[in-house]
Ligand binder design. Structure first.
Ligand SMILES: [Zn+2]
Length: 367
């Protein structure tokens, strides 16, 4: 029953999505537009789709899956905790050989408290697949420090997606708990907590230039032990800006929203334009779908990740960007005291001294 309804929903999404995607200039930042709004004429849609296909589909998606399906692949930025959307995804993730999903829901607003809990539920059901992040705290209120500490202590792996600045996005610019800039509110103290737990923080920042990035650089310098991930760093941003940040700061990583560069007509750059900086910093990039935001479908966003891997070409670099760079961060997080106590409650003889957060989760929640 579920399989059948998922199939019907998928077809509907693709139809809606193709229309929306060709309207990219209006709605990239407008998540709500995916489900409504005016569609272009079928002829216009077909024309735009054809241009994109000719430009990007030398190999079919099936060809890419055959070639790269055995390479471990992680999605570093996924919102499918919102509305429990992740429950409809496993068949697609399986078919498309996705091996890990960094899962969260809403962005820096009170509804995120609920979707953070959904991400946690997904994780405790499938600790081998999901890695939960959270963003349900008011970063202008001192209570945020308690929420961050408690959630990291409980076992969440990171913070995200956090609205560290948003001026252009019709959606994120309106969220109630957004920061004015990456040093606003209690963010500095939150960065210190992240460092204490060795947990990364995934930031949304738009525009990706000007004073927003000046403040990001201030944060990067003032919190050298904190791991910052620049969310969809390639969206409306140039390879030169990314390169400049990476050359100056060791503690920033780039979440590369493949679908934006591959399929969104708003992208001023092609994959090829980013390859030099990816090669220059082979340990700093990770791939994501952003749940297909602004694209025809979430699956198009997954396909785009494979197209980026294909463009990278070099097997060692593919492995890093597809999985290992992010895995190194996740794997480095130590188990918390709370987790260690819970593990020892199950098995008093277990040595927990060097236990990692990833291992603790598998022991506590693995089937
Ligand atoms: Zn996002």
């Amino acid at each position: 029953m579920r399989a059948r309804s998922v199939a019907i929903v998928s077809v509907a999404c693709v139809c809606i999505g193709v229309g929306i995607w060709s309207l990219g200039s209006f709605d990239y930042w407008d998540r709500t537009s995916r489900s409504a709004q005016v569609l272009p004429s079928p002829a216009a849609t077909a024309e735009v789709a054809e241009v994109a296909v000719t430009a990007s589909a030398r190999k079919s998606f099936d060809d890419l899956l055959r070639q790269y399906g055995s390479v471990p692949l992680a999605d570093a930025h996924n919102h499918d905790a919102s509305d429990f959307r992740y429950l409809d995804m496993p068949s697609m993730w399986k078919k498309d050989a996705v091996d890990r999903v960094i899962l969260f829901g809403d962005v820096s607003e009170s509804s995120a408290i609920r979707t953070d809990a959904y991400a946690w539920k997904a994780y405790t059901d499938s600790p081998d697949f999901f890695v939960p992040y959270f963003s349900g705290f008011d970063l202008h209120d001192p209570s945020s420090l308690q929420v961050v500490r408690e959630n990291l202590e409980q076992g969440y792996f990171g913070l995200g997606e956090i609205a560290a600045a948003s001026y252009n996005s019709p959606v994120v610019s309106k969220v109630e708990w957004k920061a004015k800039d990456p040093m606003d509110g209690f963010l500095p103290q939150i960065y210190d907590l992240c460092a204490e737990f060795q947990a990364p923080i995934l930031l949304h920042m738009d525009p990706p230039n000007g004073f927003v990035i000046d403040k990001l650089e201030e944060a990067l310098s003032a919190h050298p032990k904190t791991i910052f991930i620049f969310g969809h760093a390639n969206a409306y941003n140039s390879p030169e800006n990314i390169k400049r940040l990476l050359e100056k700061h060791d503690n920033i990583y780039m979440d590369f929203f493949a679908g934006f560069t591959v399929f969104n007509l708003e992208s001023a750059n092609r994959i090829e334009d980013f390859l030099p900086v990816i090669r220059q910093f082979p340990d700093k990039f990770m791939l994501s779908t952003d749940s297909g935001y602004g694209l025809a479908s979430e699956e198009a966003a997954i396909e785009a990740m494979y197209r980026v891997l294909d463009a990278i070409g070099d097997p060692a670099l593919i492995k890093k960007v597809a999985y290992d760079n992010l895995d190194a961060i996740i794997r480095n997080e130590p188990a918390t005291q709370t987790q260690k106590e819970a593990v020892q409650k199950q098995d008093a003889a277990r040595d927990v001294a060097k236990l990692t957060k990833l291992e603790a989760g598998k022991l506590l929640w693995g089937k």
